[in-house]
Design a protein around this ligand. Structure first.
Ligand SMILES: C[S@@+](CC[C@H](N)C(=O)[O-])C[C@H]1O[C@@H](n2cnc3c(N)ncnc32)[C@H](O)[C@@H]1O
Length: 332
């Protein structure tokens, strides 16, 4: 007896009586305090997955705009292991079946940083008024109000399987405003620091780092006990996609939490770095971005990588000079 009917309730938000009735009708045994066997859990789980998939058709109005639901991938690799969608992140997640993802690795577009600019005189890349236009340097942002962020986390929790991990990147501002909300939904385990090795812009102290929140749904150990909580990885310079992150940042997340054939999900795909990391780790991948530019970048990058094993948008390793990092990537 590894599970309880409460586990099913949590996944699908249904009342206990409904599950008990289903169990009685199907001659399924429920033990003391609602304990059920692994097999029973799977049977009931499969039943409700089918039921709720139909219910989860999205009707989401974000920032006053009704966003069209696109449930067909705009790109799918020949072996069907990699799919990317053009959609709003919450809509996209709402279209995924419950408990269909093994690890979420994501770097959301936080509008707070750019709208409020509370930390120094940050600069918006390109014209803000161009946001969302296909030739714009900048992109339409995910409006990170508490309400939207909660809806986003709730969907992340629903699609993630039990006993699995999630990694969410934060800048300094969003770490103070939105990161605490993660605790209401996931079990926060640590905050990791991505040390970019060289200093960047910044009004008071020059920025050299970003944060990555590491959390779990249920219990799951890391794959390795030797991963430090500061990751020295240089930034991508002169990228054609303004927020491109090094693939090594996502590779490290997967080194900690993925197994072969795991389904990796990134609802803020950007230039496709997380997808490349998933392929390198023999994982399947589901990604989404609202911007046309992101989709064309990622599509080109993923196809090229699958055909040649070379990354057109990150030509060389960006690992910093650090013994722990070198060992983890198998060069030491
Ligand atoms: C910080 S970037 C991700 C960069 C990515 N990690 C990389 O390495 O290239 C955030 C991405 O979120 C996308 N985005 C903004 N609002 C979105 C929304 N509502 N739904 C999905 N994606 C959105 C932007 O187009 C942008 O590509």
């Amino acid at each position: 007896m590894a599970y309880y009917i409460q586990d099913i309730q949590e996944q699908f938000s249904i009342v206990e009586e409904e599950i008990v009735e289903y169990a009685l009708n199907n001659k399924i045994k429920i033990g003391k305090n609602g304990a059920i066997s692994d097999r029973t859990y799977q049977t009931i789980f499969d039943f409700y997955s089918k039921e709720t998939d139909d219910v989860h058709k999205p009707v989401l109005i974000l920032n006053g705009n009704k966003i069209e639901v696109k449930d067909k991938p705009v790109f799918e690799s020949e072996n069907k292991r990699i799919s990317i969608f053009r959609d709003d992140s919450v809509n996209f997640l709402k279209n995924l079946p419950t408990a269909s993802v093994d690890v979420i690795i994501t770097d959301p577009a936080y509008s707070g940083m750019n709208q409020k600019l509370k930390f120094g005189k940050g600069k918006i890349i390109g014209k803000y008024s161009d946001a969302g236009k296909s030739d714009a340097k900048w992109f339409e942002e995910f409006h990170d109000t508490e309400e939207n962020y909660k809806a986003f986390l709730k969907e992340c929790n629903r699609v993630l399987k039990k006993n699995r991990h999630i990694y969410i990147m934060f800048d300094s501002y969003s770490l103070l405003t939105l990161a605490p909300i993660v605790r209401d939904v996931f079990d926060v385990k640590n905050i990791l620091c991505w040390d970019k090795v060289n200093i960047g812009l910044g009004h008071y102290f020059r920025r050299r780092h970003e944060f990555i929140m590491f959390a779990s749904k249920g219990k799951r150990p890391l794959n390795s006990k030797n991963i430090p909580d500061v990751w020295r990885i240089k930034r991508v310079v002169a990228s054609k996609y303004p927020t491109q992150k090094p693939t090594e940042v996502f590779e490290l997340m997967l080194k900690g939490s993925a197994e072969k054939d795991f389904v990796v999900c990134d609802p803020f795909l950007g230039s496709g770095s997380s997808a490349i990391a998933a392929i390198k780790n023999n994982c399947k991948f589901l990604g989404c971005d609202i911007s046309e530019k992101s989709i064309s970048f990622s599509k080109e990058r993923i196809e090229h990588f699958l055909n040649t094993q070379t990354d057109i948008y990150q030509k060389s390793s960006l690992l910093g000079n650090d013994e722990a990092m070198t060992k983890l990537f198998g060069n030491g």
